[in-house]
Design a protein around this ligand. Sequence first.
Ligand code: C2O
Ligand code: CU
Length: 491
Amino acid sequence: MIQRRTVLKTGAALTGALGGAGLLVPAMSSPAQATDLDPTTIPQFQQAMPVPKVLQPTRVSGTTSYYEMTMKEADAEILPGRLTRVRTFNGNFPGPLIKAVSGRRVVVKQTNGLSVPASVHLHGAHVPQSSDGSPMDLIAPGGGTKTYTYPNAQPHANLWFHDHAHHLESETVYRGLTGFYLLTDDVERSLDLPSGTYDVPIALRDARFDDSGQLVYSMGDFMKRTVLLANGRAWPYFAVAARKYRFRLFNTANLRFFTLQLSDGSAFQQIGSDGGLLEKPVDVTSVTLSPGERADIVVDFSRYAAGTRLILANTAPMLPGDPADQVGRVLQFRVTGPAVDTSSVPATLRKLPAPGSATVNRSFELSMDETGATMDAFINGKAYDMDRIDTEVEYGATEIWTVHNANVFTPHNFHIHLVQFRVLERDGKPVTSGPESGLKDTVAIPPGGTVKLQATFTGYEGTYVYHCHMFDHAAMGMMANFRVTKNPSTT
Ligand code: C2O
Ligand code: CU
């Protein structure tokens, strides 16, 4: 690690000397490399967006479905007509989709065929520490294995899995190591939401390529990651019938926020977020996702004539110079023609328990050096130390965590392992309805912003992490450990 930190600091110093961009997120200078591919030469809306490949269990018992995956490098056609080397689960880019049911266990044997250590975290899941895929629980490269057990003792949710090996997760996730995990239950299945081919998970992210079509990874480099990918293709199109579709959107980018909008500005419904359905659908004209967050939306294409082309646009605040014809476009919908639609979005989707009352209050401050002088990032002034317990939580406790972003320019977000939480307040205003009123595991915190979250820590004792899900920031140290135990020592 010493070497790596030295490299990071050297890179930061260089960027700092250049000023400007260094203020936001210092970019590490990359090793000598080919020139960048000019993104304006990439044809847009030429390739069809694939749907995720559903992974089949290798064995099924009365209580459990068993899966096997191998992490390995593969070539993917991200750019039309060219191959890009990526890190994958089973060769799929993005990774495969596991379909799970609440109350039925899933066991996944992972084999690490990569050249770097890996740890597979199921994001948003309520699991024992031994299967959490924590930053310190590594699977050795070159064929190491680990078997993860997911009890699925939680309601339906839009989960995903990704690498979490500390200091490496940022690059490994960037190079492709992510997958989908849709957990359903009777509550969700009792509804007539669009299903089957009309229920489409979409992983969104950005990337930067060199002129041989290979991914360029450089820490903090969001300004140069201007090629947007939907399900692993650069600016694809997706053919839709003139009816309702459910899209489950996952922001799998390291740093980029997305604000998604239809190019005609028309409304759609947001029906869910990270931890499954909202209580009621919300009519919106856009959804914003910080890295790690999910939105579940229903778009009704029946109002469009066959032949209509519509862009799913990204209007997230962009930096000066951010090319709108690149980062402003995600994919193109092509409306084919009419189709039968018996689906419906009911006025009430689910009932969530009232948050209840909390017995413990804590405060967390997220900060990073915005001058570019160092590559350090902190929670409560401390960079991550895998051997330090930062927060001792009593098993069963309900706590309110007030999380503040102390930075002036840099957005952050906050993700807690083990739990789904409720957002009680954003900048002092109660959150009682809308997209953030459901179950959440990741929440955006703009510069200077504050969110108040409530969670109940039950189910498993053990040590877990909370962190900024902008992976470059987590890798710089914006991460900490909490320990849930029946006999907490005081911290
Ligand atoms: Cu999706 Cu600890 O991360
Ligand atoms: Cu951050």
